[in-house]
Design a protein around this ligand. Structure first.
Ligand code: MG
Length: 397
C-alpha cells in the first residue's frame, strides 16, 4: 500500500503523444522527424516526460491498448495510482503484464518511454537530478561524442558532396567543443571497400590527431571476412570503434571479427533488454555494446546493462539519435555508468532536425569535450508545450 505521505506523488495522468515534423534533410534515414512522448502527471500536477525511438503510431497503439488478459494488460491500468519511486518494481510489472506481445522489440520500446518518464517524474518530486536518485555519479564529468551524418548517397548527392558535408559537420562539432566524433560512412554500393578505406583516411586527415574518431558502417557487410579486409586497411587511422559492420543478428560473425579487427568492434544498437545485450556480450564477444535507452528498456534497464558491462569488461556507449529528451537521458546514464567512456550525442547545431532543436531546453554546454553533471531536478529539461501542440500527429488532419 502507498504511504500516506506519498499520496500527492501518485500518478493520476498518463498520455502517449505522437509528434511529427516535416523532415528537414529529406534523408530516408531521418529518424528524428517524429517521436512518441509519454507524459506522466502526479496528483500535484508535476510531469515526467519520456520518449521512444520507434514508429510513433505503433508505439502509441501499444501504449494505449486496453487490458485483454493477464499477459496483455494496458499501460494505463498499471500506471494510474502507481508511485514513480517504485520504478524497478513497476518495470517488472509492466514487462510481465505486456509479455504476450512485448518482451523484445516494440513492447520494450514502449516500456522504455514510460520508464524514462517515471525517472524524470521521481526526480522532480525529490528535487534531485535523476543520476543522484539512481545512486550517484561514477564519474566527475560527462563525455559525449558527436555523430556526423551527411546522409545517404542519392541522385545529385554523390560521394564528393557527402564528404564535403562531413567536413562541414566535423568543423561544426569541433567548434562547439566536441573532442570525439563518429563518421557515418553509410555509402553502400556507391564505393568499393578499397575506396571506402581511402575516404576514412581522408576523414582522419580532416580531423588531425588528438580527436577521437569512431566509424558507423550501417550494416555494410554480409560476411565478417569482408569487414575484416577493410578494417585491417585502416589500422593506422586510430579508430576508436567500428559500428554496424555486420547484420545485427550475426553474433557469431561479430565474434570472429572482434577477434581479428585492430579496433573495438561494437553493435547492439537495436537490442532490447539486458537479456539480449547478454547475448551480444557472451556470444558476440564485442568490445562495446550500444543499446538505446529509449528502446532497450529505459534508464532502469540500462543501469542493469551498465552493471553487466562493468562486470564483463565491455563498454556501454548507448545509441542516441532522437530529441533532446533522449539526449538528456543519455547524460544521466553516463553519469551512473562506470562502463561508459562516451555517450552518443546528436547536436542540434550539427544535424538539422526540428524536434531535436525545439522540443526541449536547455541545451547542455560542451567545453573541451566534456559536459558538467546536470544539476536540475529530474532529467533537467523543460518540454515546450507550444512545440508539442504544433506537431501533434494525433490531432492533425
Ligand atoms: Mg548507428
Amino acid at each position: 500500500m502507498p504511504q500516506p505521505s506519498r499520496s500527492a506523488s501518485l500518478i493520476v495522468g498518463f498520455e502517449a503523444i505522437p509528434l511529427r515534423a516535416a523532415s528537414v534533410t529529406g534523408d530516408p534515414l531521418d529518424t528524428i522527424a517524429e517521436t512518441i512522448l509519454v507524459v506522466l502527471t502526479d496528483a500535484e500536477g508535476r510531469q515526467g516526460v519520456g520518449e521512444a525511438d520507434a514508429p510513433a503510431a505503433v508505439v502509441k497503439a501499444f501504449l494505449d491498448m486496453p487490458s485483454e488478459h493477464l499477459w496483455s494488460q494496458g499501460f494505463r491500468d498499471l500506471l494510474i495510482g502507481a508511485d514513480p519511486l517504485d520504478r524497478a518494481g513497476l518495470w517488472s510489472r509492466l514487462y510481465e503484464a505486456t509479455i504476450y506481445a512485448g518482451r523484445r522489440g516494440l513492447g520494450i520500446h514502449a516500456l522504455s518511454a514510460v520508464d524514462i518518464a517515471l525517472c524524470d517524474l521521481a526526480g522532480k518530486q525529490a528535487g534531485l537530478p535523476v543520476w543522484k536518485l539512481m545512486g550517484g555519479a561514477r564519474r566527475p564529468q560527462l563525455r559525449p561524442y558527436c555523430t556526423i551524418y551527411p546522409g545517404l548517397p542519392a541522385p545529385g548527392r554523390g560521394i564528393p558532396e557527402l564528404m564535403s558535408e562531413t567536413a562541414r559537420q566535423f568543423d561544426a562539432a569541433l567548434a562547439l567543443g566536441f573532442r570525439a566524433v563518429k563518421m557515418e560512412v553509410l555509402f553502400y554500393d556507391a564505393v568499393t571497400d578499397a575506396e571506402l578505406a581511402g575516404l576514412i583516411a581522408e576523414g582522419r586527415r580532416m580531423l588531425g590527431e588528438g580527436i577521437t574518431l569512431m566509424l558507423d558502417f550501417g550494416y555494410r557487410w554480409k560476411h565478417w571476412r569482408d569487414a575484416a579486409w577493410l578494417l585491417e586497411r585502416i589500422a593506422d587511422c586510430d579508430i576508436y570503434f567500428a559500428e554496424a559492420t555486420l547484420a545485427h543478428d550475426d553474433l557469431d560473425g561479430h565474434r570472429h571479427l572482434a577477434a581479428r579487427a585492430p579496433m573495438r568492434i561494437c553493435g547492439a544498437e537495436m537490442a532490447a533488454t539486458r537479456f539480449e545485450v547478454r547475448e551480444w556480450i557472451e556470444r558476440g564477444d564485442v568490445d562495446v555494446v550500444q543499446p538505446d535507452i529509449s528502446r532497450a528498456g529505459g534508464l532502469t534497464e540500462m543501469a542493469r546493462i551498465a552493471d553487466l558491462c562493468e562486470l564483463h569488461g565491455v563498454e556501454l556507449i548507448p545509441h542516441g539519435w532522437k530529441t533532446g529528451i533522449l539526449a538528456h537521458a543519455g547524460l544521466h546514464l553516463q553519469a551512473i555508468s562506470a562502463a561508459s567512456p562516451f555517450v552518443e550525442y546528436v547536436s542540434p547545431a550539427v544535424y538539422a532536425g526540428t524536434l531535436r532543436r525545439d522540443l526541449v531546453t536547455p541545451e547542455p554546454v560542451v567545453a573541451d569535450g566534456l559536459i558538467a553533471l546536470p544539476e536540475a531536478a529530474g532529467l533537467g529539461f523543460d518540454l515546450d508545450w507550444t512545440v508539442v501542440n504544433r506537431y501533434r500527429a494525433d490531432r492533425q488532419e
